[in-house]
Each structure stands twice: as structure tokens, then as C-alpha cells.
Write a protein that binds this ligand. Sequence first.
Ligand code: NAD
Ligand code: TYD
Length: 343
Amino acid sequence: MSNKTASKKLLVTGGAGFIGSNFIHLTLAEEADWEVVCLDNLTYAGNLANLQECLDHPRFRFVKGDIGDPPKVQEILKGGIKVVVNFAAESHVDRSILGCQEFIRTNVQGTQVLLDGARESQVELFLQISTDEVYGSLGPEGKFTEQTPLAPNSPYSASKTAADLLVRAYHHTYQMPVIITRCSNNYGPYQFPEKLIPLFVTNLLADKKVPVYGDGLNVRDWIHVIDHCRAVWTVIEKGQAGQVYNIGGNNERTNLEITKMLLEILGKDESMLEYVTDRPGHDRRYAIDASKIETELGWRPQMDFMEGLRQTVQWYINNQSWWQAIKTGAYLKYYEQQYGIKF
Ligand code: NAD
Ligand code: TYD
């Protein structure tokens, strides 16, 4: 379909962050009948460099603004938005442990403002991007299903759970067409170098040690970001209003395993590994049962983990200026000069 016939409008919040920017790239490349409006207030984690090639795209518009700003949200939604995909969030557990005010403001109040705006303008679908962390922590056995009780342990996951409950309540009370997805740990290009994989890759590329929390035996399920983004599109196209869908990579790894794989890919030895004090309240294990989305909607993750990890490392090798600008903080200044956007 040509750009002129593009008829459906999607609002992507938090689209200048890691997963949102990958989702926008995928959407502009593969979903020709959708226009995308991105609303992002460019926190430390939002980076317009992630959307560099999209900024002049005829089916794309970037709006700098806060999801917690009712007039801004209403103005955008009244411009014919059919679907809202809410990626915007404070997303880092360690930061939430240091202080969670921003987490409550964006993840909870921001979601409420978006929900109210979406309700008023009668959007066809409000998709809340949530996380497996709302289910809490597992022992050595079992997996999270959509029926697992919510038991968040960190201020971050508590704020995401509060948002999920609001989204659920808007469906129950107002029959709003909402869906919640809960995905496991993502990896891939454009991930801010404070999360495990990009932090370790960029440290190793700079010949710095990597800080492994505790005994390194905490387990996460890892999924390539593009597999997650395709799952989100599957849910937009085939998901049922009022439902929750877990999304996972069928790929459980200890942090130590991940660290050793990265050391191997980058040709470094274990002297680069440094055990440090554990994260307070550190969840031991996350594992996702994604059989609902697989059997009901026909989605499955495609990326082989070692291959995805190699591609991701290669992306960080090829894009050193991207992460070096972040590590020095220069990216904020550059975009202020380039686009006149104040931070
Ligand atoms: P990120 O931190 O990389 O990006 C968050 C984006 O939201 C940034 O661009 C930031 O500027 C924007 N933002 C923050 N507050 C805002 C506000 N008030 N108004 C508008 N924009 C705002 O996060 P991510 O890793 O891309 O995660 C995206 C979503 O996916 C989050 O909701 C997160 O909870 C969820 N999630 C992430 C993972 C993961 O492994 N990264 C896994 C499961 C779910
Ligand atoms: P992270 O990427 O912060 O994601 P989450 O806490 O949301 O799962 O951390 C992934 C795992 O890696 C988690 O068990 C904490 C651990 N970790 C380290 O061991 N060292 C680090 O420097 C970081 C950032 C994380």
C-alpha cells in the first residue's frame, strides 16, 4: 500500500526508548497502512538517535511530551488515533530501588491519563506493555502463566502492576477494549547501557570489568526485541479485548551463563568478571509460559539465542558512537542543538 493510502493511526508512547524504537522501525518497514505518532518526553532513557531514520518518514510524527499531560494526550488522541501501544515507562529496577517517585508518576499516573484520553476518544484498542516481573519470583520449578497471582517485589514491578490493575479495571468498568502483554527480558539493538547485556558488552568493549550481582545464579528468560515486537503486532491483529498474553523466549539463562557467553563472543577471559554486592530484594528466577499466545494467536519466537546475542554484540561494535555518547551524556546536548529540543 502506498504512503498516501495509509489510513490507520497508531500512538506509540515511549517510542524513543529501547523496545518502542525497535517497534517503530518494524512498523514503518512492515505495516504500510499504519501511520505512527510517537509520544515521548525524552527522559535519560529516551534518545532521538534511536529514531534517526524515522524522523523524515512520511508516515511518522514525533511529539515530545509526557504521557501524564492530559491536554497533550487528548490533543494527540483526538487526531484520529485508533490504537494506543503504551511502552512509556521508567524501566530500570536498580533506579526504582534508589527512588520510585518517577516510577509512580509515569508508570501509574501516566497510564491513568492515557487511559482517560483513550476512553474519551474511543480508541479501538489500548495495549498495555507490561512485564513478567509483575508475577514476582519463582523457585527452581514452574513458570508464570496468565493466572499466576500478581506479587511484584521491586518498586518498578509494583508500579507496573498498579498500571496493569488500572487497565484491567477500565475494561471491567467501562468495557474499554484493552489488552495487556507481559514479556520477559528483552535484548537487542538500542538498549540503554544500564541493563545487563548492553552494560556488559559496552564495559567489555571499553576493557572494563563486568559487575555480576550476588552469586550470578539468578535466572531470566531472554527474548530478542524483534520477536517481542512481532508478538505485539500479533496481539494488535488477533488479540481479544480484556485478555492478558504472556510473551517469552523459551530461553532461561543464569546471569553467569550470559556473562560467559559475552566473554566468549568478545574473546575476553574470566578475570573481567567481578562479583559485587547483590541487588536488594533480587528476584531469583523468572520463567514464562507463553503457550496461550502460541496456541491461540499462532505467534512463536524465531531468534536463536546465541545468534541473536552475536548480532547484538556486533551492533554495539558497529555503533560505538551511539553508546559512547550515552555513557558521556553527550547525546542529550547533541539533540538539543540538532532539533532545538530542551532537556
Ligand atoms: P526504556 O527505558 O528503554 O524506554 C522508556 C521510554 O519511555 C523512553 O524513551 C522514555 O523517554 C519514555 N518515557 C519515560 N517516561 C515518560 C513519560 N512520562 N512520558 C512519555 N515518555 C516517557 O524502556 P524499554 O526497555 O524500552 O521498555 C519499554 C516498556 O516495555 C516498558 O513499559 C517496560 O516496562 C516494558 N518491558 C521491558 C522489558 C525489557 O526487558 N526491557 C521487558 C518487559 C517489558
Ligand atoms: P536487568 O537487565 O536490570 O533486568 P531485570 O532486573 O529487569 O531482570 O538485570 C538482569 C539480571 O542481571 C538481573 O538478575 C540483575 C543482573 N544484573 C547484574 O548481575 N549486574 C548488573 O550490572 C545488572 C545491571 C544486572
